[in-house]
Design a protein around this ligand. Structure first.
Ligand code: G6P
Length: 486
């Protein structure tokens, strides 16, 4: 089989370059090994006069990377417009932030159609296409309109919200009907999958049996494939990275004080304002913790041309300076706030340096930072993960300290508990999480999806539906559940 992977953002595979967002970083090592062709946006635009879409093609591991210049007239409406100002807020249940014009929708459809035409040059009789994320909901149906008959798969890296929320997106019906051109649709969690199926049943009146649905395109299988990381590789990287100059400088600057770390794209879905407020609350209510712990918050700017992102950047900068102004001392800065990206190598070392990882999104498809933080820990002295129960990762990492990111007081208390957790409890929680990470790696995710995609036309419903099992019970519960390990 010749696999063609498609995503808006791609990665060129330079280990020491900063990478934005989980998707490109996660896909890179597996796509590189698989021999697939990875097609995405070059980040540049071109006017529409050229006959053939312009693609810069370079080798990537055993396969190739093709970066396309997208049409100048439609790029803004597609990327900043419909994809990131209508779909992204809806997928993250922020109906209040949905902004959508008819022009943006048309541009989104134009770019999906443009990508479909561009993909024809990579098509072989035994090709299969695997489309990633919300930028290309309609790409499958555009490919079918061009006569492509090969297997088409789609994976959504974000959450899929409740029906009433997605109904707030103009043209939702047309778009979701178009999604049914895919033979296989994958989600991160059972809840996302259920929300999608609920829409198909209630809004489109379709029958769903064993995760399979029939539409005018034929059968589509809908299933759960939680994305993972390569924990072994990340652990090695982290152990090595402790001697990286950035990491050693950080360690020296701490003078024995503890460190909590947050690493996020600067996005309203990440719950950054609530997180900073929780640290503020912790230092206010437990003043003995001042000078004993600081927060390193890396917030990499993203989608800055969109008003909601610009506003958030200003609000956060103001809040951090206010908190530092109130709690800081001449020789102590409570929050170290950085608006830049770091390579995976350096991040691995920073995670290992921090006694607490704070990953508290309001909604998140999976959140690979949570998994990377766990994998990066020193097995003899692991740090504690404070994790939002609304991140997909919480389904597997259920021995993290799970928090409600809207409950500022609860988060403040939980961070303080994390800071004083005894070694034996830290080890037990960490070992349980590592087991989960090892059982569900990025390599397994890739192979499972590709296998299911290969079977999708001959045996669309597969032997067993892949709906997620509820997590196995574990004696260590989240602190919010009231059951504590002694
Ligand atoms: C999330 C999305 C990805 C996206 C990434 C970075 O992880 O699911 O599709 O590539 O954010 O966002 P950006 O707009 O910078 O590509």
């Amino acid at each position: 089989m010749n696999l063609v992977v498609v995503s808006n953002r791609v990665s060129r595979g330079k280990a020491n370059e900063p990478m934005t967002g989980g998707l490109a970083a996660a896909l890179l090592p597996v796509v590189e090994k698989s021999g697939a062709i990875w097609v995405g946006s070059s980040g540049r635009v071109r006017d529409g006069s050229q006959k053939e879409p312009f693609a810069e093609i370079e080798a990537l591991g055993a396969g190739a990377l093709a970066m396309l210049d997208l049409p100048a007239a439609h790029y803004g409406g597609y990327y900043e417009g419909f994809a990131n100002s209508a779909l992204w807020p809806a997928l993250h249940s922020r109906s209040d932030l949905i902004r959508a014009s008819q022009e943006d929708y048309l541009s989104y459809r134009e770019v999906n159609a443009f990508m479909a035409r561009a993909l024809l040059r990579f098509q072989k009789p035994d090709s299969a296409f695997w489309i990633q994320d919300y930028h290309f909901l309609a790409l499958g149906s555009e490919l079918r309109d061009l006569g492509v008959t090969q297997p088409l798969g789609f994976f959504l890296h974000t959450p899929w919200p409740a029906r009433a929320v997605i109904e707030g997106v103009p043209h939702h019906r047309e778009l979701i009907e178009a999604m049914l051109a895919y033979d296989l649709i994958g989600f991160q969690t059972g809840d996302d999958c259920e929300n999608f199926l609920d829409y198909l049943r209630s809004e489109l009146g379709l029958e769903v049996a064993d995760g399979c649905v029939t539409s005018r395109f034929g059968k589509t299988r809908v299933a759960v494939f939680p994305i993972g990381i390569d924990p072994g590789k990340f652990a090695q990287q982290a152990a090595k990275a402790v001697s990286h100059p950035d990491v050693s400088r950080l360690r020296r600057s701490l003078h024995g004080e503890k460190l909590a770390i947050g690493v996020d794209r600067l996005d309203y879905s990440k719950g950054l304002i609530n997180r900073i407020n929780a640290f503020d609350r912790m230092w206010t209510t437990q003043p003995q913790l001042a000078r004993t712990v600081s927060l390193l918050q890396i917030a990499t700017p993203s989608r800055g041309a969109i008003e909601a992102y610009g506003n958030l950047q200003n609000e956060l900068a103001k809040l951090v300076s206010d908190v530092n102004g109130r709690h800081g001392e001449v020789d102590w800065t409570p929050i170290r706030y950085l608006n830049k990206g770091f390579s995976q190598t350096v991040l691995a070392g920073l995670y290992r340096t921090a006694q607490v990882g704070v990953v508290t999104p309001l909604h998140d498809g999976m959140n690979l930072v949570a998994k990377e933080y766990v994998a990066a820990q020193n097995p003899d002295d692991p740090g504690v993960l404070v994790l939002s129960k609304f991140a997909g990762a919480a389904n597997e990492l259920d021995t993290a300290l799970l928090v409600n990111p809207n409950d500022i007081d609860g988060m403040a208390r939980t961070i303080a508990i994390a800071l004083s957790m005894p070694l034996v409890e830290r080890c037990m929680r960490w070992e349980a999480m590592m087991e989960k990470l090892q059982a569900s790696t990025i390599q397994g995710w890739f192979a499972d999806f590709v296998d299911a995609l290969q079977q999708s036309q001959s045996d669309p419903c597969g032997p067993e539906p892949l709906l997620a099992e509820p997590p196995a019970p574990w004696p260590l519960r989240s602190v919010n559940s009231g059951v504590r390990y002694h």
